[in-house]
Design a protein around this ligand. Structure first.
Ligand code: UT7
Length: 367
């Protein structure tokens, strides 16, 4: 058997502050009915701490789940498009915090496709023998870039982190095939400009530049086509058909996108994992959080064929076909928690509301 990269640990960090559709009704002209029907989302969670704090807890939980010590990790990779600072990377901060003293560390940005891109990098590094054990984290604090009076974007996104530990396997388990793609020409459909180095120093002072720019309908079409074509390609590369798939774990962007894309693939709903209802779209964190929830829900069995598939800013897309290994129960549990908070979602969003207020000076009041 050839050497493959198998997931042997998984974990997630869900921040504690809820933002329900009823809460959003108080901030913008929207309704629970509209949001649920168009997106499948009822709630999202918001972070009172930084991206690295979310990533660290998910990483510690995945590590405990794998039964491995931090010193055994050779590489820490974090997929994120919302690091709290650009340098040092979130991965380097985690490497230090968890004591992964023998590991290299870097961040990777493919927006919502980040965990799939990360898995492809990790799998290549493990298969080549350059590294053995890798911690891959997807973490986002997306609410930072949200204008909570912009009903076309802010309803979708939540914060969170998920992580996986990958180990070499010689028994057939692990990543079978990878498909990656991008179309930078359509990059303008999803923009977070303020965290880059474009323009004058301190562009973040301008709310019009800071907020997420997002062309929902254009993205919707790219997503449905991109996900189904990419998942088809990865199955072909792995020598599999849709009938062989036990579970698809898609990026949780919008329940309608997931439905349309998996219908095109010919995969029925009971073989698709969806947790968007309670968490919203958490970009690079969505797939590892969904993997963790799928394991907790008993939806993954040893030897299952699992497909991960995503699309996101860039635009980017990608899919992974893998065979799950023997482990479907955690080897251990990390008991740590985030620091507690008694903030409500309105307390937490007040800074956003104040910052973006100048863009809405002429808006009619929320009905
Ligand atoms: O992870 C990658 C990132 N993103 C995605 O995957 C999201 C992709 N896109 C989408 O999920 C959808 O395009 C949205 C959920 C963003 C929007 O849904 P849609 O079905 O494409 O709605 P629409 O933009 O065509 O708007 C339809 C109507 C419009 O009203 P009019 O012009 O027909 O009177 C909107 O103004 O719905 C209105 N609308 C809303 N109404 C209530 C838009 N947002 C809302 C809202 N509440 N939150």
């Amino acid at each position: 058997m050839s050497r493959r990269a198998a997931i042997t640990g998984w974990g997630k960090c869900v921040p504690p502050v809820s933002l329900s559709n009823a809460d959003l009704e108080q901030l913008m002209d929207t309704s629970d009915e509209w949001i649920v029907e168009r997106t499948g989302i009822s709630n999202r969670q918001l972070s009172h701490v930084e991206t690295t704090d979310l990533a660290e807890l998910a990483a510690r939980r995945a590590l405990a789940c794998s039964g491995m010590n931090a010193e055994e990790i050779d590489l820490v990779v974090v997929a994120t498009c919302t690091p709290e600072i650009l340098c040092p990377s979130v991965a380097a901060m985690i490497q230090d915090r968890i004591g992964a003293t023998n590991a290299g560390a870097f961040d990777l940005n493919a927006a919502c496709s980040g965990f799939v891109y990360g898995t492809s990098v990790v799998a290549g590094m493990i298969e080549s023998g350059f590294v053995d054990n890798v911690l891959l984290v997807g973490a986002e604090k997306l609410h930072f870039a949200m204008d909570y009076r912009d009903r076309g974007t802010a309803i979708l996104f939540g914060d969170g982190a998920g992580a996986a530990v990958f180990e070499p396997s010689e028994d057939g388990a692990g990543v079978l095939a990878v498909d990656l793609g991008a179309d930078g020409g359509k990059g303008g459909t999803m923009l977070i400009r303020s965290m880059g180095s474009m323009g004058e120093p301190s562009p973040t002072n301008d709310p019009a530049i800071h907020r997420l720019h997002f062309e929902g309908q254009a993205v919707f079409k790219i997503a449905v086509q991109g996900i189904s074509a990419s998942a088809n390609r990865v199955l072909e590369l792995a020598g599999l058909t849709a009938d062989d798939v036990d579970l698809v774990v898609p990026h949780q962007a919008n329940a309608r996108i997931i439905d349309s894309a998996t219908r095109r693939l010919g995969i029925d709903k009971d073989r698709v994992f969806v947790n968007i209802g309670s968490l919203g779209n958490t970009a690079a964190a969505s797939i590892p959080m969904a993997i963790s929830d799928a394991l907790d829900a008993g939806r993954v069995s040893p030897g299952d064929t699992v497909v991960l598939t995503a699309f996101g800013g860039g635009v980017t897309w990608g899919s992974i076909a893998l065979t799950w290994g023997d482990r479907t129960e955690p080897a251990g549990v990390h008991e740590g928690e985030l620091p507690p908070t008694d903030m409500t979602c309105f307390d937490l969003l007040q800074d956003n509301l104040d910052f973006f207020a100048p863009l809405h000076a002429d808006d009619p009041p929320v009905p």
